[in-house]
Design a protein around this ligand. Sequence first.
Ligand SMILES: NC(=O)C1=CN([C@@H]2O[C@H](COP(=O)(O)OP(=O)(O)OC[C@H]3O[C@@H](n4cnc5c(N)ncnc54)[C@H](OP(=O)(O)O)[C@@H]3O)[C@@H](O)[C@H]2O)C=CC1
Ligand SMILES: CCCCCC(=O)/C=C/[C@H]1[C@H](O)CC(=O)[C@@H]1CCCCCCC(=O)O
Length: 329
Amino acid sequence: MVTAKVWVLKKHFEGFPKPSDFEMKQVALANLKDGELLLESVFLSVDPYMRPYSKRDMKEGDVMIGTQVARIVESKNPAFAVGTFAVANRGWRTHFISDGKDLSLLPASWPESLPKSLALGTVGMPGLTAYVGLFEICKMKPGETVLVNAAAGAVGSVVGQLAKIGGCKVVGCAGSDSKVAYLKSIGFDEAFNYKTVTSLDEALRKASPDGYDCFFDNVGGEFASIAINHMKKYGRIAVCGAISQYNDSVPQKGPYIQIPMIFNELSMKGFIVTSWNNRREEGVKALLKWVLEGKLKYHEQVTERFENMPAAFIGMLKGENLGKAVVKA
Ligand SMILES: NC(=O)C1=CN([C@@H]2O[C@H](COP(=O)(O)OP(=O)(O)OC[C@H]3O[C@@H](n4cnc5c(N)ncnc54)[C@H](OP(=O)(O)O)[C@@H]3O)[C@@H](O)[C@H]2O)C=CC1
Ligand SMILES: CCCCCC(=O)/C=C/[C@H]1[C@H](O)CC(=O)[C@@H]1CCCCCCC(=O)O
């Protein structure tokens, strides 16, 4: 019999998550029945959505939500061989049982040279978010200027590079000078540290005096309220995330967006990447190809050991990650 370790939400987050909000437990797994598989998590993802979705969907005592790349370690299902890797959505667990229906196998063509953790990042849900947000929501065109915030993270770093691949000028911002240097190293035309500039308004104007055609917003709040005034006529805003608001106990107030929306006839659309599964296969294929061609660079912030899941999650919310934050179990 296998005993899994799991992390549960001990106490709903109030403001910024803290280590004491989590509890690690041991769960004995039953023996496999015919048709079932035992999987072991190899890499687990920590993502910003876990903060707002925990409030909306979870109750105290539930296992933390999340995805993993897992290896099949035992199989009583002839369709799944031991040693195969899959992406699963089974939360913060070291081991779990599946009938295989909820697994997405890594493509058989997954190159040995690439870390399998990329299936949680650049070639997974965050990469697809960048792909859908730019091509479907922003309807980016060559020659345009694209702005992205949280630009050195999992989604933002892909946004900037896809915009360059698509023939655009790209401006990004991030929360440290080393992140800004990273953005320049992966091809961003302009980048600035939003925490140290004296004025966000001036920094946005200086980076693109003519304004922005597309704004890929990962952050919301104050930054988005200022950036909206820098949009060009008919500009498009993809509302992807609002991480600056996820830990607020009291909702932030305006400024309000109607006036710049009307004057510049802007379009603004929120989206959830999983609603665009019609583009998933094509997107994963394109992202993998660009990675292999060296056109799409990746960086991962790997935290060692399952025991450090809460620390990795809290660290990511604080901005300690460069690229995709993952935990190696
Ligand atoms: N709509 C959708 O389907 C999806 C939306 N998302 C959203 O995309 C965004 C980015 O996600 P992801 O790439 O996974 O995460 P990241 O890898 O970008 O990690 C989060 C980053 O957010 C930045 N950040 C944290 N707090 C603030 C703040 N108050 N103001 C500005 N920046 C902040 C930090 O970087 P820094 O050092 O630069 O501050 C941190 O590193 C999130 O808002 C997420 O919810 C993600 C996936 C799918
Ligand atoms: C105001 C909240 C904005 C959150 C934006 C965000 O980061 C969305 C992420 C989703 C992404 O589009 C696809 C996902 O998998 C993310 C949501 C996952 C929810 C899982 C909860 C269900 C569960 O496992 O119980």
